[in-house]
Ligand binder design. Structure first.
Ligand SMILES: [Fe+2]
Ligand SMILES: [Fe+2]
Length: 295
């Protein structure tokens, strides 16, 4: 039935390329959203999760390349691998600056490394069906996670409130360059999943696993930063704070996040139906960090 099939928007496809980037963290303050450690640290969790998470994407996709029989998709996956490798490194490069400001993320990143490298790693499985099953499970997990990276990318490209409150321009540029590339390549992981498997039960199951893991790791990360921030005296982040900051527009809104769940689980979902490639391309053309300039 055609109305239950994923419907791609062809005009949203773009050829992918990794861009060299450069960000100078020297002048970025600890609370780069001024006077708002909660928002700062909620977004800072990205620097904890993405280096290991995106390295893991690359690791899994390199194993998947031999199974791809569609040449355009293969080119997209190679472009995706290139972009995610740069993203991972760019977020990793923020960590020494956080250490300099008195926030050592090592105890938390050690747990994230274990999560991606061991729990979601290759495991010693016999060749054949078990190995292929685990590879497909991870391909589906990446598609679910990429639903959220695209959601966040689209959000940050449009989060004008962050400019209005005076958020640090270098951090905003990192987030928007990354967000724009997430919007650019938002269909790749899902199309790869459709190409290799596409089973609805696997899609739903891995969505539930990815969503639960993201919520768990994110709230732990915010708590970790708030408790270890030497300038924060009352370190008790709460869901109510998250909802309020979402309403103010400095974080994604909770209703928007909840609405994105049934969209991913709809049988006609395709990532190209969300976000705007032209907006992403326009940002990438003007991003100081992606164009050899520094703010
Ligand atoms: Fe990324
Ligand atoms: Fe991505």
């Amino acid at each position: 039935m055609s109305n239950t099939q994923p419907v791609p928007v062809a005009s949203e496809h773009i050829e992918l390329k990794a861009r060299k980037v450069s960000f100078d963290w020297e002048r970025t303050p600890l609370h780069w959203v001024p006077g708002d450690p909660f928002t700062t640290h909620t977004i800072n969790v990205l620097h904890l999760l993405l280096p290991a998470g995106e390295r893991w994407f690359v690791h899994v996709y390199k194993q998947v390349l031999p199974y791809i029989t569609d040449e355009r998709l293969r080119a997209d996956v190679i472009g995706f691998i290139g972009q995610e490798a740069v993203h991972s490194q760019a977020h990793d490069d923020v960590l020494p600056h956080l250490r300099k400001l008195g926030l050592d993320p090592t105890p938390y990143t050690a747990q994230v490394d274990w999560f991606f490298e061991k729990l979601l790693g290759d495991r010693t499985l016999p060749p054949g069906r078990p190995r292929r099953w685990w590879l497909m499970e991870r391909v589906a997990l990446i598609a679910a996670i990429e639903h959220y990276t695209a959601f966040l990318g689209n959000w940050v490209l449009n989060a004008e409130e962050l400019d209005r409150v005076g958020a640090d321009p270098v951090m905003l540029d990192l987030l928007r360059w990354h967000g724009a590339e997430e919007v650019e390549h938002r269909s790749v992981a899902f199309e790869l999943f459709l190409h290799l498997d596409g089973g609805y039960r696997r899609r739903a199951r891995t969505w539930a696993a990815a969503f639960s893991a993201l919520v768990f790791l994110w709230q732990r990360g915010v708590r970790f930063f708030m408790e270890n921030d030497p300038t924060v005296l009352d370190a008790r982040p709460s869901v109510a704070q998250f909802v309020r900051k979402g309403r103010e527009g400095v974080l994604p809104s909770t209703p928007d996040m909840l609405r994105s769940i049934p969209r991913y689980l709809s049988r006609s979902y395709h990532p190209s139906q969300e976000g705007c490639t032209a907006q992403a391309a326009a940002y990438l053309a003007s991003s100081p960090g992606a164009n050899g300039g520094r703010i």
